[in-house]
Every structure is written in C-alpha cells, then in structure tokens.
Design a protein around this ligand. Structure first.
Ligand code: PLP
Length: 396
C-alpha cells in the first residue's frame, strides 16, 4: 500500500491533499517518495524560512533533546531565559515581555485574552481578509466565511472592518475597544500589504483611545518580508506582537510579545503545558542565530525584489497583479489558481501555495538560491503562457 493510501484510510479529511508524499528536504529542495525533486516555494506554509534540514537548527534540537525536553514554566530554564532575552532584543521597541506557546492560533488567543484582561474592555476590531487561526477565539478574528460559519456562534464582540480604510477604523475605535488586530501584510487573505498610513494611523488611534494594537506577524515574521519583522518597514510599534511559524526553524512554537501598555499579567489567567519548553526554545535560539548570522532578512529583501520584478515581466493575459515584499510574493490571476498550481507541481516540479481562490503565493525558504528562484519563475511563466494540459484533479 502506498503512503497516500495509508494516510487516506485514517486521516481526518480536513485537508485537500496533493497526491505526492514528501519524505525529505534540504534547503529549498524537497523529495517525494518516488525520488522526484521539487523546488519548494511553499516553505512549510511559512514555517520553513530557515530551509529544510538546516544543520544548525537540527544540531540544536538534537543536543537539547538529549539534555531536557519538557520543563513547564513553573520552573526556570536556561534555554527559555536565553530565548526571552533574544526575542525581546530583536523585537520592535518596547516589547520587553513574552508569553511562549505552541502555534499562531494560540498566540492570537493569548493576545485577545491579554487585551481583554488588561484593558477591562471587550471589543476586538479585526479586518476583512484577515487570518488569525482556527481556534474559537482566533477564528472570531479571522474573516473567511467558510472557516467561520459552521462554528457560529463565535466569541462575541469581534468586528471586521475594511483593511487599509483608516476612516472606517477612526469611526470604530471607542472606549469599548480592547484591541485592534491586524497583519502588516495579509497573508492567507491574498498577500495584501497594509499602507504605512493605515498601519501607523491604527497605532495612533489605539494610543489615543486606550486600545491595544495587536500585530499578527505569524507569517511575516523572522525575515520573510526582508526585515526581521515586517513592522520594521514602517517603524510600527505594536503593543502586542504575535509570532509563530518560522520562530523555531519549523518546530511548533508561538510567542506573544508585549509592552508596558499591557504591563505584567496577573498570575494564572493564562498558561500552556508545552509553552516555553526547552526543546522549542533551543530550536528558536538556533533559528534566530542563523537568520542573523546568515543575514537572511537582507537576503529575502534582495532576492524578493528580484523575484517580484522577474514575475512582473511575465506577459500573460491571465495575470491581474504581482505584489508582495521580500520573499512573500503573491501573483493574482483573473481566474482560479488551482490548475496552474497543479501544473507547476506535475509539469515543472515547483511547489507553490494558493492564497484565496485567485492568488498564487510564494513563500520559499529564505536560503533559496537565485538559480532556484529563477527556475521557479520560468516555470510560472511557462504555465501562464502556454495552454494547460487537461487537469487531472484538484490541488490546493
Ligand atoms: C498561519 C497563521 C496563523 C495561524 O497559525 P497556526 O500555527 O496555523 O495556528 C495566524 N495568523 C497568521 C497571520 C498566519 O499566517
């Protein structure tokens, strides 16, 4: 029986799967169980910034696994202490404390709880096309109907405004607003950058009206957009910063950093068994060290600018827009992307992501070689300028 058959028998059914079984990775390359080699522009859906089988991260994980894996936060720990110092040192100004958890959704859940408990207010303002995760609280801030509707009623007092519409936000932030939560560049929503005016305007409104600004950098963090954090592009200073995905080089981890406007949290109001475990902390320390020593944010800026320009030169009537920052790039089509993603995979062995129905999204590991990116771009050009072969099923 194939790997695919074995998974299909027992898998949850939640995922629209592609028909290949990935068994190995190296840098920006992946291999399937038939030995085919792929250029990876999925990048673990954003968790793979450091590249597959990163030797520095792998060694840190192996060393720490042989030393201590589980250690709840009721005890202090050397790896955790070092990571808290590192995270707060590299974060935008003022974010001097952190809660450690295990995923992006969990980071947002915690952020909403912190905002409510510290402001004594209830309302959370989120945005159309925003994505913040799929647990009940995080889902309440997520916009996409198909994720939300089957699970209603969700958490009360969440609203969604048009993204990049500062006037709408100005009218909505009141003395009841606990927090405004936004992405600097909306990822799942289609790689849509926030304008400086909107982002800094949101920050100003929050400060003036006693609300907290939660910035969700789960996808944009750790070098992806050409800076360690996308907030840096605008001098944005979140009150609460949510992180996950590539924080620990691909190992599950999340973090919520916060400033003095949040202050120190009351004991026992939140917590996590796995949060701040030494294994994830050691992996994160190694990952951040590697990002810094290899200047991966700068690399993402340079290669990303080149890639965006290269994609922009593709002449195809199918393309509506190419946009993004660093190595977070979206190519919006005038029609559904699924058949094109599938052709990229089967005909060119290039893996890329959708973002919504019509946007092709590229999140390659930041260690990708320019020749590999060039190959990916040539493949995109080929699938968008030549007739597709008959589609043989759905990729997602
Ligand atoms: C992926 C993502 C999340 C959810 O992270 P999970 O680890 O899947 O829970 C939240 N916010 C943003 C912006 C994301 O891209």
């Amino acid at each position: 029986m194939t790997i695919q058959d074995r998974e299909n028998r027992h898998t949850s059914g939640l995922y629209t799967k592609r028909p290949i079984a990935i068994v190995r990775g190296q840098g920006a390359r992946l291999w399937d169980s038939d030995g085919h080699e792929y250029i990876d522009c999925v990048g673990g859906q954003g968790a793979g910034n450091l590249g597959h089988a990163n030797p520095v991260v792998a060694k840190a994980i192996a060393d720490q696994a042989a030393t201590l894996i589980a250690c709840p936060e009721m005890f202090y720990n050397d790896q955790r202490a070092a990571l808290l110092e590192k995270l707060t040192a590299i974060a935008p100004a003022g974010l001097s404390r952190a809660f450690l958890c295990n995923s992006g959704a969990e980071a947002n859940e915690a952020a909403f709880k912190f905002a409510r408990v510290q402001t004594g207010r209830r309302e959370i303002i989120a945005f159309m096309r925003g994505f913040h995760g799929r647990t009940m609280g995080a889902l309440s801030a997520t916009w996409e109907k198909k994720y939300r509707e089957p699970f209603e009623p969700l958490v009360p007092d969440f609203t969604h405004l048009a993204y990049n519409d500062l006037a709408a936000l100005e009218a909505a932030v009141t003395e009841k607003t606990a927090a405004v939560v936004l992405e600097v560049i909306q990822g799942e929503g289609g790689v849509r950058p926030g304008t400086a005016e909107f982002l800094l305007g949101a920050q100003k409104l929050c400060r003036e009206r006693g609300a907290l600004l939660i910035v969700d950098e789960v996808q944009t963090g750790f070098g992806r957009t050409g800076a360690m954090f996308a907030s840096e592009h605008h001098g944005l200073q979140p009150d609460i910063l949510c992180l996950a995905k590539s924080i620990a080089g691909g190992l599950p981890m999340g973090a919520v950093l916060f400033n003095d406007r949040v202050g120190q949290l009351p004991p026992q109001v939140h917590g996590s068994t796995f949060g701040g475990n030494p294994l994830a902390c050691a992996a994160a320390l190694a990952a951040i060290g590697y990002l810094e020593s290899e200047h991966l944010p700068d690399r993402a800026a340079e290669l990303g600018a080149w890639f965006l320009e290269r994609l922009s030169q593709i002449k195809s009537p199918l393309i509506r827009e190419v946009r993004g920052r660093g190595l977070m790039v979206g190519l919006e089509l005038k029609q559904k992307v699924t058949p094109y993603l599938q052709a990229l995979m089967t005909d060119h062995r290039v893996l890329a992501l959708p973002a919504g129905l019509t946007v092709m999204r590229f999140l390659p590991p930041l260690v990708i070689a320019q020749t590999e990116l060039a190959q990916a771009a040539a493949a995109v050009e080929a699938v968008l300028t030549r007739p597709l072969k008959a589609a043989a099923g759905e990729a997602d």
